[in-house]
Design a protein around this ligand. Sequence first.
Ligand code: NAD
Length: 345
Amino acid sequence: MKKLRIAVIGYGGMGSYHFNQILPTERDLFELVGVYDLKADRQELAATAGLKTYKSQAELVNDAAIDCILIATPNDSHKEIAIAALQAGKHVVCEKPVTMNAQELREIMEVAKQCNKVFMVHQNRRWDPDYLIVKELVNSGEIGDIFQIESRVHGANGIPGDWRRVKKHGGGMLLDWGIHLLDQILWLVDSPLKNIEADFSYILGEECDDGYITYLTFENGLKVITEVGTTNYIKLPRWYLKGTKGTAEISDWDLSGKMVIATNAEVAAPKPIQAGVGLTKTMAPPSEEATVTQNLPKGVTLTQSFYQNFYDVVVKNAAPIVKNEEVLKVMELIDHIFDVVDKHS
Ligand code: NAD
């Protein structure tokens, strides 16, 4: 089988992760060729790993020995590099967020079409096991029809890195993590968006948002909260889902969590409990026979990894799992949040 020869532009945290962790699991499909990074120490690291180092972006994109290029540089440089790579006849994998806004992605898609080359965005969190459990919960009806989904990632380390704190480089948490959470939701929900509300946080005093919260309502009635925080010393659960028959929680990426499902058994009304200085029946726990607690489902895994799919798209003209039109919708949503919602906050 013909291997695709791949080189990376940007050999920082994520570029080296692709080359050292992800791509080595696909050795039958890809041959790792070389690297171009602006920083000398990253070039040296790549050379030590046995990779060819290029003196410039132009030298790399024009190397006839390469079939495809991975872009893993800060967000504001993706568009220019993607267009140069496509015009040089290379297929491209681009890190998320694909671009600074939807218009930049439209320009790349146009060039990819003209050059007849594959352009695919690494929306890798479509493969996250916690997300695949959520997909199964939504599709199986195990907790009934789901009417509310809450998706959160909470950290307490502030905005990491240098460029992630700088607006012109595409910094901030909506573009960094929000792109994942919103992509997961739009890939899950088969209904148009009806209403979008959002709120940004600037607690750390940076020029970019250090967190945000969105409230999305879909035409089918589903409500979704997505939230990213970088000043959360106590985390809320990664996922919290409310259905007509039960509630599910996935606490963290370790997949701990549970479902509590109504049994529909004839049961006595809950007994009132002392709550604070008051009495409540409404908030009393349901009687034991009224619910059953179950383990979460396993989640249905995708049949191909990101790179197996990219390979098949390039070599066998297969359908991409991450479609550019889907990513464009997410970028349009992010544009809307920045342009309409943030302006008014
Ligand atoms: P990083 O700062 O660790 O690495 C970026 C590297 O790019 C640096 O080594 C820098 O010197 C180099 N660079 C900058 N501009 C360049 C240019 N024009 N040409 C060549 N090299 C250049 O950043 P990172 O965390 O690796 O992020 C890189 C990209 O990967 C971002 O778009 C980020 O959002 C994305 N990312 C994705 C995931 C994911 O899970 N999909 C995770 C982390 C980062």
